[in-house]
Design a protein around this ligand. Sequence first.
Ligand code: SAM
Ligand code: SF4
Length: 351
Amino acid sequence: MNSYTRIPLTELGSGELESYDTQVILNDDFQDTHGRRFSYLRLSITDVCNFRCDYCLPDGYQCLDKTEPLSLEEIRQLAQTFAAHGTRKIRITGGEPVLRKDLPDIIAALKQTPGIETVALTTNGYKINQHIDSWKAAGLDQLNVSIDSLDPKVFQTITGHDRLQEILTGIDRAFELGFKDVKVNAVLLKSHNANELNSFLNWIKTTPVTLRFIELMETGQNPDYFAKNHLSGEQIKQQLLANGWQQKIRNKDAGPAQEFDHPDYRGSIGLIMPYSKDFCSSCNRLRITALGKLHLCLFGEQGYDLRHLMAEGKQAELETAIQGLLRDKKATHFLHDGQTGAIQHFAQIGG
Ligand code: SAM
Ligand code: SF4
């Protein structure tokens, strides 16, 4: 690791640039009553995780429900249903998706679904080196790896695993295999990585990843942790702008991240700031849990069971049910009022 000067995240300018491309919209695309369409599905394939990230599963995974996760066939059916109604990108998430032995088969099934253009995976990077060739062969298009600190000790403190170097090696392998636009997710945490901006910037000077700083979000289980650790991404935004980073123009379907680049850096930066104004207006995503529940919002009050509609002969019912449920999608979350919804932690839904 290069040596670096630590500067606090809490320094910095302003400026914002946004424009929208046009996109093709078909009448039978899934849509809500606020005019939003859903080109992006986040699909959790397990809620099991082997890490103990202190903002997510500080006591490790606890099995509260022995119901089997979605089968490969159910996943295939969901993908076909969503693709037929406008979904173009599916992200596989968890828990830790790599813990499912049939992950390459799931990737392949999604990739072979007519209409699905992009299959993405979010992983904690566990044994990435061992698996990444098979993911690539199965058709994986995009890789997101979560790395909350580039200091091995801090990484271990956060996750309970001394695996940082192994994960960084796995990212190098991803580049060798030709993955483009590898993203690294780092949750901003006051007590762990608040002084690591320079370290991350140093890394992306020569490493062509999109580094995405995610504001810590409050969940049912972490209110005290949230109160102690939440850091606004706005401080980083101002710091970047003051140091020559330029905010990128966003496509209409780009999702809620604000992105920045700099001519001297091979990597770029994304900021995900769910507490910022208008965060929900660009919402283009729906979520399905590993047990087949549709969540209209990460912070919604409930998930809606779709599994009983996945039986043979019920396809039309499944589609009608999803269209109907979308009428309940709220314009925004209510996080500012401390309403975190039904989810106790993100491993339950996949973030
Ligand atoms: N286990 C995989 C991983 O960590 O990448 C996939 C699932 S994890 C729930 C997906 C993303 O959610 C990770 O980048 C993680 O850091 C993020 N996350 C988890 N809990 C969070 C929270 N309370 N606030 C913000 N991000 C969170
Ligand atoms: Fe596991 Fe991901 Fe949650 Fe960490 S953030 S505990 S790796 S599900």
